[in-house]
Ligand binder design. Structure first.
Ligand code: F6P
Length: 520
């Protein structure tokens, strides 16, 4: 079976959708709800602890049927199987895409289960205080040094699962901004801090610079021989890690079949396992695996990632929506959007199709957002009354973790009320003047999950991973490379050399030359 390469705009479904769009684009959801008392039931999904309400979308059953037909015509099922069975679907890098294998507990690859065992042993020793620093003290702080996928996932999950945390304080340093690294380490005690350098390639400028600065800082008081008790690393580039001076027993492997932005489930999650303990980390993986099974085995019409992806295509390619918003009603999830931005935008920001041809339709959704209710007091005005159509995902948990009912009721009331306001607007009610008119008819999905646990978080993240994969398949792009980012990295090296040598002659652009000359 080979990875399908179908131009979506050439399918029958796309043509039908284009015609259908002209017929339904002005339909009011308010009317659709009035006409169909079963709409809420018809356009909702229940899966384990997840309830997904997608009835507040500008769709009819015909829209959904045609979108599902599109999924068939682009051979989504074959594409999914190609991914799950380890075909080299990342063709431009000739790699398999195996992040789901990292959490496939019924059939873990040998190297994965060995690494999980290594994570378990390591984190247990650190958490229980058996791991001692160079003066014999227990570890109290862990610092993750990494960027992009080697930072965003672990950082987001540590924040999201704070409730499940142990006594270890885990920090993250990512930016090559020297002030960031100094602020992160300035109050740390070298004797009780463990540094985890995370870099798939171990060539990333930011991470190696930060790691070297921290190593030098450490050596101001400790000796080379003490590094083994305070530095660990996660990478595919075992040779470079060894050259950096990391003891072999502190090196955790990664594999080229795991993309950086999907690597949280590998040893890249070591800092997560330190923060919440191995068994919670395993639950996170198990939650993701449950979503993998749901994605792989459910009919498309019942399939949460597929349905969400199709709705997103509907707005992106037919309504020409410019972006999508994600608003979790949980402060714990305040880093979720930044994490998803890398996953979604680094994957699907492509303009050449899988046949190597330039694309003449829109790909890659722009995603943005922040937590509710804060977001209501920031950018919601634009979603309500601005000129842009911004489909929004609302994510909420039925129960809070500390059980404060008063707060939780208010939080959920706001969440539901916003989707209602976006739907209804001032439709059918008297308003004093035109400035107070809300058109309504703004699409939303509401994801209502029982409670925030490692498992439900794992499922939620995996849901968005699969959603972006489905969209990439439909757009006929390769979602698992990131050549655009690579070019920036190359140019940064050349620019650095010009800045260091105070010589701009090699710089091709006059404006950039001038910028560099300002530094003198
Ligand atoms: O930003 C590009 C990128 O390659 C990401 O895909 C990756 O997560 C990040 O850089 C960090 O890379 P590495 O883990 O190799 O340091």
């Amino acid at each position: 079976m080979s990875f399908p390469k179908v131009n979506p705009t050439q399918t029958q479904a796309w043509k039908s959708l284009s015609t259908h769009f002209q017929e339904v684009k002005y339909l009011k959801m308010q009317d659709l709800f009035t006409e169909n008392p079963k709409r809420a039931q018809q356009f909702s999904l229940q899966w384990k602890d997840f309830y997904i309400d997608y009835s507040k979308n500008r769709i009819t059953q015909t829209t959904l049927n045609q979108l599902l037909q599109l999924a068939e015509e682009v051979q989504l099922k074959d594409a999914m199987e190609a991914q799950f069975t380890g075909e080299h679907i990342n063709e431009t890098e000739d790699r398999a895409v195996g992040h789901t294998q990292l959490r496939n507990f019924k059939n873990l690859p040998k190297e994965v289960s060995e690494t999980l065992q290594q994570i378990q042993n390591f984190t247990q020793r650190v958490i229980e205080g058996d791991w001692k620093g160079y003066t014999g003290k227990k570890i109290t702080h862990v610092v993750n040094i990494g960027i992009g996928g080697s930072d965003l996932g672990p950082d987001m999950v540590c924040e999201a699962l704070r409730y499940y945390k142990n006594h270890l304080e885990v920090r993250f340093v990512s930016n090559v901004d020297g002030d960031h690294v100094m602020e992160t380490i300035k109050d740390l005690d070298r004797e009780t801090t463990l540094f985890i350098i995370v870099s798939k390639t171990f060539t990333t400028q930011e991470t190696l610079t930060n790691a070297t600065t921290i190593r030098n800082w450490f050596l101001q008081e400790a000796s080379e021989g003490d590094i083994a008790q305070h530095f660990a690393a996660v990478s595919t580039n075992l040779e470079a890690v060894a050259n950096f001076g990391i003891a072999s027993e502190n090196i955790f492997p990664m594999w080229d079949w795991v993309g950086g932005r999907f690597s949280l489930w590998s040893a890249v999650g070591l800092s997560v396992a330190c923060a919440i303990g191995y068994h919670h980390f395993e639950d996170l993986l198990k939650g993701a695996h449950e979503m993998d099974l749901h994605f792989r085995e459910s009919d498309f019409s019942e399939n949460i990632p597929v349905v969400l992806a199709l709705l997103s295509i509907w707005y992106n390619n037919f309504f020409e929506a410019e972006s999508e918003c994600i608003v979790p009603y949980s402060q714990y999830l305040n880093k979720l959007v930044a994490y998803l931005q890398q996953g979604i935008m680094e994957s699907n920001g492509k303009s050449v199709d899988r046949n190597g041809n330039p694309i003449d339709y829109q790909t890659g959704t722009i995603v943005w957002g922040s937590t509710g209710t804060n977001a209501q007091h920031a950018f919601f005005q634009l979603i309500h009354q601005g000129t842009k159509l911004i489909p929004t995902d609302f994510i909420a948990f039925k129960k809070s973790l500390y059980g404060n009912e008063d707060h939780q009721n208010k939080l959920l009331a706001n969440c539901f009320a916003q989707t209602e306001a976006l739907l209804q607007g001032t439709h059918g009610s008297e308003v004093e003047n035109s400035f107070k008119v809300f058109e309504g008819n703004k699409p939303t999905n509401t994801l209502l999950i029982e409670t925030l646990t490692p498992k439900s978080l794992g499922s939620l993240i995996a849901m968005y991973e699969h959603k972006l994969f489905v969209q990439g398949v439909i757009w006929n792009i390769f979602s698992y490379d990131q050549w655009g980012v690579e070019l920036g990295k190359k140019l940064a090296k050349e620019t650095l050399s010009a800045i260091e040598k105070k010589d701009v002659s090699s710089m091709p652009n006059a404006a950039t030359k001038k910028l560099i000359q300002q530094l003198k």
